[in-house]
Design a protein around this ligand. Structure first.
Ligand SMILES: [Fe+2]
Length: 270
């Protein structure tokens, strides 16, 4: 099976008059490259309705399984005014390929397990205190999740919720090779390299070192993530980690969405 892997499409922010939509270009590649499945590791858009309509379109038009975990932007309330993030979380679960609390058996040998994951500041640099990270504001910049995402629990607790949920699902899957998907970084290899004036603080909001423990403990074969707008692959102790973020147009190498998408989309053969 050929499985396409991509993340951080930001279809709304990347819209440009006269250019194809990111989702249409992705559908085109899925068909051209004869993919048997597609995994999107979050941040489709800044609004649950737009993200869900992209997912439904991709699934319907491609006819292949489209698997997904919401990213922090998918949970944002900026445009829809939904003040309880759990409400958005449940809306995403109405999509068949949403992995939150629902592992997906690709075939007899392979299962996909995932959820958004969250950050617990363990990716941050030690010069800052826990209280400083809790403010989610430094150097005149506010981490926008503190305004637009409202779990009603602390960042540490929401990370713990997602971690425990994932561990339970991993423990229950016994006879399959596992692809584990998070939006947040699961390994510090992918955080912004130091020294960096701003990211020495903001790396704290990229993920948690704990998720890589699950890779090791359960022999996870592939670890898929997004969020940081990098395109990197890294192998450690039998887990191949893939971060394949399309990111914002201003970060692109090409003018054409199709060319950029081809650069970004990773394909694994299982
Ligand atoms: Fe993100």
């Amino acid at each position: 099976m050929k499985i396409g892997i991509i993340s951080d499409l930001h279809v709304d922010l990347n819209e440009l008059p006269g250019e194809p939509l990111v989702e249409d270009a992705l559908l085109d590649q899925a068909v051209r490259q004869k993919l048997d499945g597609l995994i999107i590791a979050g941040d489709i858009s800044n609004d649950v309705n737009r993200s869900l309509s992209v997912l439904e379109m991709l699934k319907k038009e491609s006819g292949i399984p489209v698997l997904f975990v919401p990213g922090n932007h998918d949970y944002w309330s900026k445009d829809n005014g939904i003040t309880d993030t759990w409400n958005i979380y449940r809306q995403f679960q109405s999509f068949e390929g949403c992995l939150s609390e629902r592992p997906y058996q690709l075939n007899q040998d392979w299962a996909v397990i995932g959820n958004s994951g969250w950050y617990d500041y363990t990716m941050g640099e030690p010069e800052y205190t826990f209280d400083q990270f809790e403010r989610m504001h430094a150097m005149d910049r506010t981490w926008q999740d503190s305004i637009y995402v409202r779990w009603g629990m602390s960042n540490r607790d929401i990370h713990r919720y997602f971690y425990d949920r994932m561990e339970r699902e991993l423990a229950e899957i016994s006879n399959s090779s596992v692809i584990m998907v998070t939006h947040m970084l699961a390994h510090p290899y992918f955080k912004v390299p130091m020294p960096h004036p701003q990211w020495s603080y903001f790396n704290a909001f990229l993920g948690s070192r704990d998720y890589a423990e699950l890779y090791r403990k359960y022999g996870v074969r592939y670890g898929i993530m997004g969020h940081v707008h990098y395109r990197k692959r890294y192998m450690e102790l039998g887990t191949e980690m893939i971060c394949a973020c399309l990111g914002y147009r201003k970060e692109w190498h090409h003018v054409s969405v199709t060319e950029e998408l081809c650069d970004c989309l990773q394909v694994i053969d299982i």
